[in-house]
Design a protein around this ligand. Sequence first.
Ligand SMILES: *Cc1c(COP(=O)(O)O)cnc(C)c1O
Length: 217
Amino acid sequence: MIKDNLQIVHNDVPENVLLVCVSKFQSNDKILEAYNYGERCFGENRPQEMKEKAESLPSDIKWHFIGNLQTNKVKMVIPHASLIHSVSNDRLLDEIERISAKFDKVLNVLIEVHVAQEESKHGFSPEEAVSILSDDFANKFPHINVCGIMGMASLTDNETQIRNEFKAIKNTFNTLKNSIFQGKDDFKEISMGMSGDYKIAIEEGATIVRIGSKIFL
Ligand SMILES: *Cc1c(COP(=O)(O)O)cnc(C)c1O
């Protein structure tokens, strides 16, 4: 039962950590079940699917885009997204700026950093993230509000490795917070942790966790 799963998850997730219910591939009925239990933040990783769900489900839902985003799909996501977690390359930043300006919107985003050993994961290296954000960012991207960073640990049973990767994400956040984003209150989010590793992520400083299978399966 979704309700029981949510209760278990909420017991683990402190009040000050935002739970994003990852509803990718889930039906509207299942999302409404979580909604009726009080959930208002849902995460999707396909632009078309997010658009369709946003247009047919209650308007007070906050949609988080969490997946790999292709530049040609940005225009489908911007009107509906309250936060894009997965900004992982320069071209995406340019396109988000261009489309957000058209919609006269300032878009909240997280910069995705790559710390896992797996090559398949997307994102900027910590050094690239610092460099792109330092370089006159606010003037170049006036329609983008950087609220923090997002990252994923490797898919492994090795808890020490997972913990170290979360520490590396947190360190990257601290480096940015103590330099470029000093005194910028909006820069405060660390999105890390999924069904298999969210408890470790919370111990290591996550402010947002993205949980799918543990809720919906
Ligand atoms: C699917 C997905 C999640 C949720 O994964 P679960 O293991 O089902 O909790 C979190 N983050 C991203 C980026 C995802 O694609």
